[in-house]
Write a protein that binds this ligand. Sequence first.
Ligand code: RP5
Length: 173
Amino acid sequence: MPKTRNSKSATRNSGSLVAVIMGSQSDWDVMRNADETLDQFGVAHECRVISAHRSPALAAEFGSTAESRGLEVVIAAAGGAAHLAGVLAAHTTLPVLGVPMRSESLNGLDSLLATVQMPAGIPVGTVAIGKPGAVNAALLAVAILANSRPALREKLHEFRETQDKKIRAIKLT
Ligand code: RP5
């Protein structure tokens, strides 16, 4: 499965359907949950660090070439002044899912608001702060891809059935 981390070219077609982008290497411990979830569904994807603030030209280049590279969904995670998802969304019409990272000073509330409060016209689908958001962004990406891929839709049904069975099997006393 293709996975590129900070490869030099943002324009090469890697065969990935989903890009998992994060603002810093420090986001990886959380965002590996998105990586693992996409692996679980066998979805070709790539993970890389691109900062809206520290590497603004790369963010613009990545966003504006994402569609022509064959990507179908972009997941973007950032913390604090979390502008990455919005900046990528400004450069592409692909669906962009924003994952707010927990931050040191405001515990991720800053990240959540910065990611979710997009102006009308440039949508970012924002998920929960941290790990639940990373997992759910990946599941939403799978659900988007499943609209035209019946095998993925079937895997999503199986995933939900497994969850349901686990809950039903819980005996507390
Ligand atoms: C954001 O600032 C990153 O997404 C990260 O969540 C946060 C802190 O980054 P580092 O200072 O750890 O690189 O841009």
